[in-house]
Structures are given as C-alpha cells and as structure tokens.
Design a protein around this ligand. Structure first.
Ligand code: HEM
Length: 523
C-alpha cells in the first residue's frame, strides 16, 4: 500500500467508534509482534556476543573503549606502515619501551632486555589468552574466549594427545594431498593456499574429532568457516566505531556465516559426543586418540560430558591450528620454489629414510628439513608483534616502565629475530644453518624448529608459548615430505610475490591467490 492510499483510507477505517474487542485485537496483535521482534533481537544479539570468560580481569564497559595510559614515548605509524614504524621505534629506543597506536588503543613494545620478564610470567601477570581476546575482539569473534578449564586443557594436556597421533597424521596427509593436489600428470597451475587449508583441516580434524566426523564435508566446511570468518572479520571490526561495533558485528556477513556454522557444527558434535558416551559403556570399548576423548578423560565432573565445553575446546584448538599451519606450509613451498637449490637435498633426505612409516622417530631424522623450516619461519612471521600479552597484575619492567592492569604489551618480532639475533649473518637466508649448529651436542635442543628463544619467536616464548608446536612441526614435515616425494613444483609465471607480503595493521596476511605449477613425479 502506498503512503498516499494509506492516508486516504485511514479516516474511513476509524470513522466509526472502534469496539472494545477490535481495540483488544489490535493491542494483542501489536504486543505479539513486539514480543516476536524482541525475542528475535535477543536471540540474534545473544549470538552476536560471546560470554566473556569468568577468569578474565575485570573490565568496565568504558574499558572496552580505551586502555590505561603508559608513560613511554609514542612512535607514529605513518600511512599505517607498522613495519616501518616498528623498525624506527626499535632503532630509536633499543633499550626502552615505546608505544604505537593500534587497536584496541595502544600496544607497548617492550625492549629485548625485558624479554625474560615475558618469558617467565604466567597468565596471572601477563596473559596471552586475554591479550589475544582483546586484540582479536573476542567479544564478537569468540577468538581465545574459552574458560579457564579449556585454557588449562589446551596448555596442559594437548601435548599428551598429540604425542599419540603421529602415525595417524601420515595416513591422513597421504589421502588429503592426493585429494587436493591430485595427480598433475602435466604441469598444472594451482592456487595453492585453499588446497593446503583443506589438507590441513582434514589432517587436524582426524586428530581432534576422529572418524567418522572428520570425513563429514559439512563439518569440515563449518570448522573452516568458523576459523576463517572469525579472523577475517577482525580488520572490519577494528575500523568500526566502538558504539557501532555491536551492530557491525551483528550484520557482518563473515560473522553471520560463523554463527550459522556454529549452530550447525554444535548440533553435529552433540550427536558424536552422545554416541561416544554411550559406546564407553561397552566393555570392549577402546578409547580413540582424539581431542573428544581427551576432554572426556581429563575434565572431571559434568564438564567432561558437556557439549558446550567440548565445542569450545574444539573450536579453540582448530582456530589455533588451522591457518597458522596452512600458511606455514604455503610459504615453505613458496620459499622452496624461489630457492630451488634446496629442493633436491631435502628430497634426498626424505628418500634416504626409505620405505618407513613417518612416525615421530623417523620424522626426527629429517634434520635438514627441520633447519629449513626454522630458517623460513624467521622470515615469514604471522604478525609484526610477537608474544602479545595483557597485563593482568600491574608491575614494573626492568627498564623502569610501570605497566598497569589492562595494558597490552608485545615485542617487535623482526627486531628481536634479526638485529638482536645471536646468529651469524642473520639477514641472510641459510636453510641448513641450524642443522650445522645442532651438530654441537650442547646446541641440539636449542636450534630445532620447535625450540623457542629470545631471537626466535615464531611460536611465542616462555610459559605461554604455543602448546601445539610439536604437532605442527611434525605435521608440516610429513606434508612437505609427501609433496617433495610426489611432485615437482615451481612458481607461477605470474608470480605475485611472497604470499605473506600483505598486512592488515600489525598482522601479516597470506595472499590466498598465489599460484604455483605442480607436476607429479614419474621417477
Ligand atoms: C605453524 C603453526 C603454528 C604457529 C606458527 C603457532 C604459533 C603460535 C603462537 C605464536 C602462539 C602464542 C604464543 C606466545 O605468544 O607465546 C600460539 C598459541 C597457541 N597455539 Fe599455536 N601455532 C601453530 C600451530 C598450532 C597447532 C597445530 C595447535 C594445536 C594443535 C596450536 C595450539 C595453540 C594454542 C591452544 C595456543 C594458545 C594457548 C593459550 O591459550 O595459552 N598451535 N601459537
């Protein structure tokens, strides 16, 4: 009805005095509509916000708009060029903290000489989980928004599970690489990143949820959307005004897809957990080695059987594991393709293993590959800032800077890994340098790809370093060994440059369109 028709008809509709029943009808209809609208908005908005974990430091509504001020010099990022700003700041203040303006307000860059304070601090003083939650807007994206029991499970017990699944990884890697990359009888141009993501999600889900759920395409898609959508929405939310942010998060298509995937995935996981709990009652039940079983066996009380708890653990672990590993594999292939002199020695090392299962013992023998991975990780950081932490209990840094509760701190990764490096010619790529360094028995454990250090921050540092790194490095080696054994590969003629070149704020972003040529090996 056009507005002019409405205004013409209205006087006739109400020309007679309305009866009491028609008034009640109108009021009842209006109230019903309003209740529907309120319930709809409540449901929508309650799914837009994630509950803030109860062990996090107190935060008022106002605090989510700002952060406490820290009295250190400000270094401006001109034209949002954080790479340049950090290089300038670290050169100007090598021994003193400085700050840069970056969402959620300011990040305090702490000097190399204070790194041990980060290394030794537990989350009761400096928290990775809470820093990451603020930085990645966990209120809306859910990133690292898990309760203390999940955080303790991931940090304390994930390694125990991952130790048991090394053999499963090979089986899944063979299948998923075959399915994604295919035979490539002739030189075939491939957009690699999405294929690697799919292979890594297949491998990791076999370990996290086991069969048959890991074979379910809908589950795999939901896990990918929940991870990809949550991280991809972060720069959109950074740009939004704080008042508008809840509405932007509500209407953001990437987060809408995440919410749909969550609903779907939770229903799927619920069935699997119910079955698992039933099966457990059978006397002949053999517990599978997966994250579902780890939660059931480790988390005491009702939580171990609670679908919400399981779901948060699954989503949290998948988010930590998926793109980190897939991007690392993609840039390793890129690094190999752009330095082809490393391909043959690495391939020879894989072939020298013989026809053996790629279990932990055998994979440990790939020392050249271990060195190459560690070296490449120095040059392709995930973010320009490492060891991001939120101050959860105020203290004074060794350089005299007072850090109040709520401040966000991190280190300039590039500066620590290059300018403060203990390596010879740290700016030069030397793929096998760590293999040589490990020949000295005292240094063997220091220079493995999984080893962290003040000048090697790829997996973070200290008490809160990545608990999944042993699994990640094993998985990466198995995938790389398979690719080296089965394919020749080179950069596409339309080489777009290094796939980790793009940046959003202080985050480096993988170019998902980078192309490579692949051809199945015939020898
Ligand atoms: C190459 C792949 C990976 C990279 C580069 C990576 C890197 C990192 C980094 C830098 C951190 C923060 C540590 C700190 O600031 O000290 C972290 C945390 C974490 N990573 Fe990884 N990671 C990778 C793979 C994985 C995998 C495969 C898993 C699980 C199986 C995993 C699980 C986690 C978890 C659960 C946390 C958070 C721990 C907490 O909340 O305290 N990561 N990772």
């Amino acid at each position: 009805m056009s507005s002019s028709t409405f205004f013409t008809l209205t006087p006739y509709l109400w020309s007679e005095k309305p009866s009491a029943s028609s008034i009640w009808l109108v009021v009842a209809s209006f109230t019903t509509c309003l209740l529907f609208l309120i319930s709809y908005l409540y449901l929508e908005l309650s799914q837009t916000f994630h509950g803030r974990p109860s062990h996090f430091v107190e935060r008022s509504w106002f605090d989510s708009w700002s952060q406490p001020l820290v009295d250190v010099p400000l270094v401006e990022a001109k034209n949002n060029n954080y790479r340049e700003a950090l290089a300038r700041g670290s050169a100007e203040y090598p021994n003193h903290a400085y700050r840069i303006k970056h969402f959620p307000g300011e990040i305090i860059i702490i000097p190399n000489r204070c790194l041990d304070q980060i290394k030794n601090s537990t989350d009761s003083k400096l928290s990775f989980q809470q820093g990451s939650y603020d930085f990645f807007l966990g209120d809306y994206t859910g990133i690292t928004g898990y309760e203390k029991a999940t955080a303790a499970l991931l940090r304390g017990h994930l390694g125990r599970l991952l130790d048991k699944v090394y053999t499963v990884v090979e089986d899944e890697a063979v299948q998923s690489i075959q399915a994604q990359v295919g035979e490539c009888k002739d030189w075939t141009e491939l957009v690699l990143f999405p294929l690697v993501v799919k292979a890594i999600v297949m491998i990791s889900q076999r370990v996290f949820v086991g069969e048959p759920l890991c074979r379910n395409e809908k589950w795999i898609k939901n896990i990918t959307v929940m991870t990809q959508g949550a991280f991809a929405s972060v720069p959109d939310l950074w740009l939004a005004h704080p008042i508008l942010r809840p509405f932007i998060a509500w209407r953001n298509p990437k987060l809408q897809a995440v919410r749909r995937a969550r609903r779907d995935a939770k229903a799927m996981l619920k069935l699997v957990i119910q079955n698992r709990l039933e099966e457990r009652k059978n006397p002949g039940f053999t517990p599978p080695n997966d994250l579902i079983q780890l939660v059931i066996d480790t988390i005491k009380g009702d939580q171990g059987e609670d679908v919400d708890f399981h779901f948060t653990a699954q989503v949290g672990t998948s988010r930590a594991a998926l793109f980190t590993t897939a991007s690392t594999v993609t840039h390793l292939i890129y690094d190999l393709a752009s330095k082809p002199e490393y391909i043959q020695p690495l391939c020879d090392e894989v072939l020298a293993l013989g026809d053996v299962p790629l279990n932990r013992h055998n994979v440990t023998k790939l020392r050249k590959m271990d060195s190459f991975i560690r070296e490449c990780q120095r040059f392709s950081p995930f973010g320009l800032i490492g060891t991001l932490r939120k101050v959860t209990s105020s203290f004074t840094l060794a350089d005299g800077t007072y850090l109040p509760i709520g401040a966000l701190v991190g280190v300039d990764r590039q500066y620590n890994m290059f300018q403060r490096s203990t390596l010879e010619n740290p700016e030069t790529i030397d793929g096998f340098r760590f293999e040589r360094m490990r020949n000295d028995a005292d240094s063997d454990s220091k220079f493995q790809a999984v080893s962290t250090g003040n000048d090697h921050l790829a997996f973070g540092l200290g008490t809160q370093a990545c608990p999944g790194r042993f699994f990640a490095i094993h998985e990466i080696k198995v995938v790389l060994a398979r690719i080296l054994k089965c394919y020749d590969f080179k950069l596409s003629q339309n080489d777009p440059g290094h796939p980790m070149r793009q940046a959003a704020g202080v985050l480096t972003v993988v170019d998902p369109t980078a192309k490579f040529w692949f051809k199945g090996r015939t020898d």
